[in-house]
Design a protein around this ligand. Structure first.
Ligand code: CU
Length: 252
């Protein structure tokens, strides 16, 4: 009898193992809330499902300029100490960041805060910093509607929550077009500053940790895949416990 109980306890442990394995493979969810830069009026949400180094990235924006390529990048030194920084005239520290005092935060003026380009969120092809200004491969709609699965460099995948999403191009003078501000871009003198000036920035933050901490009772992030997978993993554990109790019941 004692030997049978021991056997049952072991099979219970085996039943619980898949839960552990599922947990280890659970994708991590990150998000970023895009807030306006240069008083663009734009906003948006970035969702990143990271599985190993494979990232499913979606970006939904509001009020971006419709009909001009919006370069979108991950900015920051992976593992570094970057922030979006002062983005709009009137923000604390903006006048210091705005080195030439023109009231516009250029790309280069933002770099001391948000860092250099770590990844280019192009619509196709290369995603390295080399494609930072590949204007024919970036979203052009006012809502961005960006969906792409990207294989991230290891150091980017490992340090996502130290990076920022920056969306570029905004109609600074409100003329209804981009390219007529009359000031050259800080990145490329062939481009007008409106073509590259930041329109929005958002810090990437991890969401999955909250889902883990809340456990079976957590519903706050029930709409993301990671917590759904976690719920499945927890379910497997529960099933294992039920099976063990049922077998014990049969024995007694
Ligand atoms: Cu950028």
């Amino acid at each position: 009898m004692r030997r049978m109980l021991t056997t049952i306890a072991v099979s219970g442990a085996v039943l619980a193992l898949p839960a552990t394995a599922a947990f280890a493979q659970t994708p991590h969810t990150y998000s970023a809330n895009l807030t306006q830069a240069n008083d663009s009026g734009a906003s948006g949400t970035v969702m990143i499902e990271l599985d190993g180094t494979t990232a499913d990235i979606s970006i939904d924006g509001n009020n971006f300029f419709d009909g001009f390529p919006h370069a979108i990048h991950f900015h920051g030194e992976p593992g570094g100490d970057n922030v979006c920084g002062p983005l709009n005239p009137g923000d604390a520290g903006f006048d210091e960041a705005d080195e030439d005092g023109d009231g516009i935060l250029s790309v280069v003026e933002g770099v001391p805060s948000y860092g250099g380009v770590a990844l280019s969120l192009t619509t196709e092809g290369d995603t390295s910093p080399d494609s930072a200004l590949a204007v024919d491969r970036f979203p052009t709609s006012g809502t961005l509607d960006y969906r792409r699965t990207i294989e991230l460099p290891q150091e980017v995948a490992d340090n996502l929550s130290t990076l920022h999403v920056v969306v570029h191009a905004t109609d600074l003078n409100g003329s209804g077009e981009i390219g007529d501000q009359g000031t050259p871009s800080s990145l490329d003198p062939e481009l007008d500053i409106e073509a590259t000036a930041p329109a929005a920035c958002g810090q990437i933050t991890a969401m999955a940790a909250g889902g883990v901490a809340t456990g079976a009772g957590g519903t706050a992030t029930a709409d993301n895949g990671a917590s759904a997978a976690l719920a499945g993993a927890a379910g497997l554990g529960v099933l294992g416990a039920v099976a063990l109790r049922r077998r014990n019941g049969e024995l007694s």
